[in-house]
Ligand binder design. Sequence first.
Ligand SMILES: Cc1cc2nc3c(=O)[nH]c(=O)nc-3n(C[C@H](O)[C@H](O)[C@H](O)COP(=O)(O)OP(=O)(O)OC[C@H]3O[C@@H](n4cnc5c(N)ncnc54)[C@H](O)[C@@H]3O)c2cc1C
Length: 453
Amino acid sequence: MTGAGYDLAVIGGGAAGALVAMHCLARDPGMRIAIIEPRATLARGVAYSTTRDEHLLNVTADRMGWHAAMQGDFVAWLQAVDGEAAADVGHDFMPRRRFGDYLAARLAEAAASGAVVHVHARAVACEDGGRTVVLASGERLHAAACVLATGNASRPLPLSVPAEIAARVCEAWDLAAIAAIPADARVAIVGTGLSMVDIVLALRGQGHRGPVIALSRHALLPLPHEPTHMALDVDIDALAALPLRARMRRLRALATAATAAGLPWQGVMQALRPHGVRLWQSLSPADQARFLRHVVRGWDVHRHRIAPQVVEALEAMRADGQLRVEAARLAAITTDGDGVALHAVAQGGKPARHWQVDRVVNATGIQSRFPVADDALQASLLAAGLARPGPFGLGVDVDGDGALRDRDGSAAAALFAIGSLRIGAEWESIAVPDLRLQAARIAARLRPAARSS
Ligand SMILES: Cc1cc2nc3c(=O)[nH]c(=O)nc-3n(C[C@H](O)[C@H](O)[C@H](O)COP(=O)(O)OP(=O)(O)OC[C@H]3O[C@@H](n4cnc5c(N)ncnc54)[C@H](O)[C@@H]3O)c2cc1C
């Protein structure tokens, strides 16, 4: 199988890999596509592999269709599968597992002709400008073009963990490890973003009784969506012409004016949403650097919002004292009798602090520096000169369609990236509405070239 020539090799079979395949097949149903993915199933990846119903999408169902021109397709699928029960789910935040089911079903339909092969393997290198993919077994797979859809790697804990307590420390995305946390354990979650929210909901869902503390430097929690999802009127051209400081001032003023008029501040962020790439690329490099240094944390909690019912669940746990959120700059993790001690340095006039817990969960988020340590594929792309780091070392450098720029800056003819690998170049490059646009552009660009024989 791996010796055969394909029209396209997609490395990574999460949501992004599935979307690339679906957009390519929509243009050319006869395309032969290999999706190289070590997981047992396609189209789920990290975000949609969860089996927990309390893990909700953070985008409403009516905007999660696989194609920008068919945004309601997820809702249509839900209605076809669930009938009456899904009569009015467009504005709901559905369980993420259902979106995984949907994408997998639509991919299977698109691939019904047998044009898509799932190669259960990890890719460790690309050669020949991306036309040869080397698998961990040493086998080589040949294709006319290749798309890197390798997605999200979790950021390592910024502290070393003594070997004797390593078993008490787990990753946020390790669902089995979270499920195995004893109900009375004292749990510390490092990070207060979306992954922390997932863990808290999972613990709550499995009847956790022990105290949970969530720690991050600024203790900022994701803010809620508002139910109407209305986008307010924002002059994007005028905004994009402003430098960062003036831009942030304008946004704050718009949000304040909205609130004063009885409108949701979220409507300002909603208006910016389709213009994220332009807003990022219209900042000067110096302002982009300032954004990453000073603005990003506050930006993320306003931009990556969560369902109102999730906020309510977190608030209820805080109100009854089970969940505490603390600002802390962690300096060390040490052994503490049978458990673990976390040590935070003094900051902002507060003294150094220490917490004794039984379990620690790393929820520090997504690792976007390129290359990610221990990632053989990324190391090989860099060493072969097929890729160079993107702006600020985030992801890879790409042209407007996602073609990788090589070490000299030339755009590849046959090697593309989708998703979080494009974060430095495009910033808004992770959620489904961004991924489906990227997939469509890659498919359009590939069409004339990607036929292996
Ligand atoms: C917890 C969580 C919740 C989210 N919720 C939402 C949401 O509600 N709505 C939304 O729009 N977005 C959401 N997102 C954003 C999410 O990143 C995207 O929607 C999408 O799942 C990204 O898919 P992906 O395929 O790029 O990445 P991933 O899901 O990370 O998939 C990448 C795949 O590549 C494979 N892979 C990696 N390296 C190799 C290799 N060398 N060889 C072969 N295979 C490889 C991995 O096994 C993995 O399956 C969420 C993200 C997370 C982490």
